[in-house]
Design a protein. Structure first.
Ligand code: ATP
Ligand code: LTN
Length: 333
């Protein structure tokens, strides 16, 4: 127990905004499982973030429980780690208000995710989309987090989180731990199979393989993946993004390095490469799918675990929020 307390804190979150892709798995959830023994970990289903894009209520509720089950199915233990739902811990929204007052309009307008998402949601350019990174900073800072494993697309959000934490600490003393991003190069950006110039994304199902897809769908999607015409198997993100992406997916699921993968498939043509990738993905997702089906069959148990974990998260979050309220001068009696 003592040793557990000495570990640093790791925090990450995934939005329940749709089905989880193998990009989310390789870039995020799988990294969590690889790191979880070395840290005190919190993994969040960030449902408040998902609201920045219009959601169908029944689907959001379903996706929330499914993502919770998937975290566990992927190998994260809800007893050792704290796996919980963001809206169950009201301190996230409360700290967000305070930190909004320490974040500049200018820095938020430079966020590329805001620019991308607002271009794609012209009919719903809401203020939540703009202050999304402040809610994310609150998630991270509430738990005195040292390490945040995320995909490349979140690098800028980690930088603004650090800036907000440092700005606050400079005024009020050391209130927040300033977190580091953990973004391993090879797994941080899995590309769309239909357009390998864009990242694979759960809100863009075209070009995405989902973690719960059946074997036939996985084979079909990978067989159709866009490649190029020179038939050479090597990593070259600039000139051969499609083939490089397939090699990276293969490597993540098979456990072989990309060099070993190149050795294995060299000279065999893209058809064989795609078959090998599909086999590796299917073998990798199969045990997760099996465990997931068992878990989702007992919703009562999942619900209970979710509530217990929210309580554990809340105790930590409340401590930080109390300190922040005091420091900024809110009358606490
Ligand atoms: P949305 O399409 O709703 O924005 P998303 O697929 O981008 O969703 P998020 O919930 O925003 O997924 O991200 C969850 C985690 O997965 C984050 O750490 C993010 O960086 C990572 N991630 C998302 N897409 C990829 C990808 N294509 N490759 C690697 N990591 C990714
Ligand atoms: N914004 C992230 C999800 C997210 C997150 C977090 C990740 C919300 N809060 C805290 C790490 C830590 C995304 O869109 N992928």
């Amino acid at each position: 127990m003592k040793q557990l307390e000495n570990k640093k804190t790791l925090y990450s979150g995934v939005q329940p905004s749709g089905n989880i892709t193998i990009g989310n798995y390789i870039g995020a959830i799988r990294q969590f499982t690889l790191l979880s023994d070395q840290y005190n970990c919190l993994f969040c289903v960030v449902d408040l973030h998902a609201l920045t894009v219009r959601q169908i209520p029944a689907e959001l509720r379903r996706n929330t429980l499914e993502l919770f089950a998937l975290y566990i199915a992927a190998g994260l233990d809800p007893q050792k780690n704290i796996i919980y739902c963001q809206s169950h811990v009201p301190e996230h929204a409360e700290l967000t208000w305070i930190l909004n007052c320490f974040t500049y309009m200018g820095e938020l307008s430079r966020m590329t995710q805001f620019k991308d998402k607002s271009a794609r949601n012209q009919d719903n350019l809401n203020a939540g989309l703009f202050t999304y990174p402040v809610l994310m900073a609150s998630d991270i800072l509430l738990y005195q987090t040292s390490l945040v494993p995320v995909g490349e697309d979140q690098r800028q959000h980690l930088e603004i989180t650090r800036d907000i934490a440092e700005r606050f600490n400079n005024i009020y003393g050391n209130v927040f731990v300033v977190p580091e991003a953990y973004i391993p190069k090879e797994t941080s950006k899995i590309l769309s199979l239909s357009d390998p110039l864009r990242k694979m994304s759960k809100s863009e199902p075209d070009g995405a393989v989902f973690l719960l897809d059946n074997a036939d769908d996985i084979r079909r999607k990978i067989r159709r993946a866009v490649t190029d015409s020179d038939a050479e198997i090597r990593i070259d993100i600039e000139n051969k993004p499609g083939v490089s992406n397939l090699l990276q997916i293969y490597s993540a699921f098979s456990g072989e390095s990309t060099d070993e993968a190149i050795g294995r498939f060299e000279g065999q043509g893209y058809g064989q490469l795609k078959k090998g990738v599909a086999d590796a993905v299917i073998a990798g997702v199969e045990p997760i799918q099996k465990r997931y089906q068992e878990l989702i069959a007992d919703k009562g148990m999942l619900h209970q675990q979710m509530m217990n974990n929210a309580e554990r998260a809340r105790q930590i979050a409340a401590r930080t929020l109390r300190k922040v309220y005091k420091k900024v001068g809110l009358y606490q009696g």
